[in-house]
Design a protein. Structure first.
Length: 202
């Protein structure tokens, strides 16, 4: 089943918001398959929130952490250092309000990520956080769709967008780095193929 534009963007939001990473073609396809099989976005968030890949990022994401610990670490990862103390506390309270209202951690993360995605980048309080998030999504999409990046190493996928901030200049820099690394890979592959075929006739 082909994804809609909204579904596709939702998956990028999930990858960037939960993991601080580009999904790459392999994981993007797996997530798309889950949607195609009838799993809801909230269901995917819930499943991943209980996974080793997510919980191993920080002890505050494990099942033994308190909701306060979880909310603080999640918001820290999501917005970086873009918020004032007051606005950071507001964001943490938003997540805690979801959890205290009975939402799962997966659903609470989805609500917070959707809320951030909907913020106008000119907003004086949360605009910088929104711009940072949107810029990371743009680079994650570039890596996955334009460069066809297919790494399944989470450290590599995080590194793709790690240097991207609310400054639009970091988007171009990250894309250039992706292109440079892809070019190096192609050249290396060409050399390997050539070396393997030079003596085929002997």
């Amino acid at each position: 089943m082909a994804l809609t534009t909204t579904q596709q963007n939702d998956l990028y939001k999930l990858a960037v918001g939960m993991y601080g990473a580009a999904p790459g073609t392999v994981y993007m396809n797996e997530l798309a398959t889950a949607l195609g099989a009838g799993m809801s976005m909230t269901g995917i968030y819930n499943a991943l929130s209980n996974s080793v890949s997510f919980q191993s990022q920080d002890s505050d994401f494990t099942n033994f952490s308190t909701d306060v610990q979880f909310a603080n670490q999640f918001v820290t990862n999501l917005v970086g250092g873009t918020l004032s103390v007051a606005n950071f506390n507001f964001a943490v309270s938003f997540v805690l309000g979801q959890l205290n209202g009975g939402a799962t951690r997966g659903a609470a993360m989805k609500s917070a990520i959707d809320a951030l995605d909907g913020v106008n980048e000119a907003d004086p309080n949360f605009g910088a956080a929104a711009a940072r998030f949107h810029n990371k999504i743009e680079v994650a999409k570039y890596y996955t769709e334009t460069a066809n990046g297919n790494s399944t190493d989470l450290a590599v996928l995080r590194d793709v967008i790690d240097g991207v901030t609310q400054d639009v200049a970091t988007v171009g820099a990250a894309k250039n780095e992706i292109d440079a690394e892809a070019h190096t890979f192609l050249l290396t592959g060409a050399v390997d193929n050539l070396t393997g075929s030079v003596f085929d006739d002997t």
